[in-house]
Design a protein around this ligand. Structure first.
Ligand SMILES: [Fe+2]
Length: 316
C-alpha cells in the first residue's frame, strides 16, 4: 500500500483478485435477478461479505477508517473484471446482468462506512450511473459527454454542503465512487486537491471565494426538477478543512471582486499538475467531492459497443 497526503493506492494480487471473482460469482449464481435500486441492500451484503472473506487485513483496516482520515482519494487496482455486455451508450442497460459488478461496488461502499444514494433529478433517479460517451450528450459538459472537455468541477455544486449522518440527497454528494468496466481509450480522470488549488491563489482571491457573492447553477447532467441556482460562496470551511463547490460552466461572480476571484481560480486550474487516474478494467476510484475537484478531457470514443464505460455511484 502506498499513501500520500491525499491519496491511498492499493493494488490487489492476481491470486486474491481471482478468488474474489470466483466467490462473488458463486454467491450470485443462484440469486434472483438483482437490481441495485430495488435490491441494493442485498447486493451490498453479498459484496461486503465476499470482500471481508478475501481482502487482505491491512486493506480492510484502511477501508474501515478511510473516510475518517485525512486522505481524499482512494484507488484500488486489479479488482475482478467482468465480461460485461456492450457499452450502453444510451445511458441505461438491464442491471440484472451486472450483479457481480454491483455487488463489488456496493460492497466496497459499505466497507467504507458510506451509503450509496441517488438523486431524483438526474440519471432517472437510478443509483448507478453509466459514465459512457452518449451521442445525445455530444457537445455538453456531462459525464455522458466525450467531445467537449468537462473542465474542473465538483459534482452538483448548486446544493448546500451536508453533514455525515444526515439524509445526503439534498446536499452536494460527499463521495464519488467509480468502477471501470472498460477504458480502452485510456481516458484519465484528473483530480486536484482543494488545498493545492488554494495554495496557488492570492490571499485576496481566497478571501473573495469565501464570500457569498456567487451564483452556482445545476450541471448539464440534471434532468428536471433540480433545485434553482444557489447564491453562496465557492469556498467554505467545515472547521477541519476547506471545501469547495464549483463548476466552471455554471458558476458566476455577482460582484466585480467575485468575478475577478473566479478568473484567478480558473487560471490556477489551468496549470497542469493534477493527479491523473487512467482506470483500467477492474479498478475502483473514490474521491471526496468536498476536498477535490475533478476533470475529464475531451476524447474520441471507440465504437459504441466497446466505448469507455465507468460505473459511478454517489456515497455519503
Ligand atoms: Fe463530475
Amino acid at each position: 500500500m502506498t499513501a500520500g497526503p491525499d491519496i491511498v493506492r492499493y493494488v490487489l494480487d492476481d491470486g486474491v483478485r481471482d478468488v474474489l471473482a470466483k466467490e462473488l460469482n458463486s454467491r450470485l449464481a443462484d440469486a434472483e435477478p438483482l437490481d441495485p435500486d430495488a435490491h441494493g441492500v442485498i447486493l451490498a451484503s453479498i459484496g461486503a461479505s465476499a470482500l471481508l472473506q478475501h481482502l487482505p487485513d491491512e486493506l480492510l483496516a484502511e477501508l474501515g477508517k478511510f473516510t475518517r482520515g485525512h486522505s481524499s482519494v482512494l484507488v484500488l487496482e486489479n479488482l475482478p473484471r467482468y465480461d460485461a455486455p456492450p457499452t450502453p451508450v444510451g445511458g441505461f442497460t438491464p442491471e440484472a446482468a451486472l450483479a457481480p459488478v454491483n455487488a463489488l461496488q456496493l460492497g466496497l461502499v459499505r466497507l467504507l462506512g458510506t451509503t450509496p444514494f441517488a438523486v431524483p433529478y438526474e440519471n432517472r433517479g437510478r443509483v448507478m450511473r453509466n459514465v459512457v460517451p452518449n451521442p445525445a450528450a455530444a457537445g455538453t459538459t456531462s459525464s455522458w459527454g466525450s467531445d467537449a472537455e468537462f473542465f474542473w468541477h465538483t459534482d452538483n455544486p448548486h446544493l448546500p454542503f451536508g453533514e455525515q449522518g444526515r439524509d445526503p440527497r439534498p446536499n452536494v454528494p460527499r463521495h464519488l465512487t467509480f468502477y471501470a468496466i472498460r477504458n480502452d481509450e485510456r481516458v484519465p480522470t484528473d483530480v486536484v486537491g482543494v488545498d493545492t488549488v488554494l495554495a496557488r491563489l492570492t490571499p485576496a482571491a481566497r478571501e473573495a471565494l469565501a464570500r457569498p457573492e456567487f451564483e452556482i447553477g445545476a450541471p448539464a447532467s440534471v434532468e428536471t426538477g433540480a433545485q434553482p441556482a444557489l447564491r453562496g460562496a465557492v469556498l467554505e470551511h467545515d472547521g477541519a478543512a476547506p471545501r469547495m463547490r464549483y463548476d466552471h460552466g455554471t458558476t458566476r461572480g455577482l460582484t466585480a471582486r467575485a468575478a475577478a476571484a473566479l478568473d484567478e481560480l480558473t487560471a490556477a486550474l489551468r496549470t497542469d499538475d493534477a493527479e491523473r487516474f487512467v482506470l483500467r478494467p477492474g479498478d475502483f476510484l473514490l474521491f471526496d467531492n468536498y476536498r477535490v475537484l475533478h476533470r475529464r478531457r475531451a476524447f474520441t470514443p471507440r465504437p459504441a459497443a466497446t466505448a469507455r464505460w465507468l460505473r459511478r455511484c454517489y456515497a455519503s
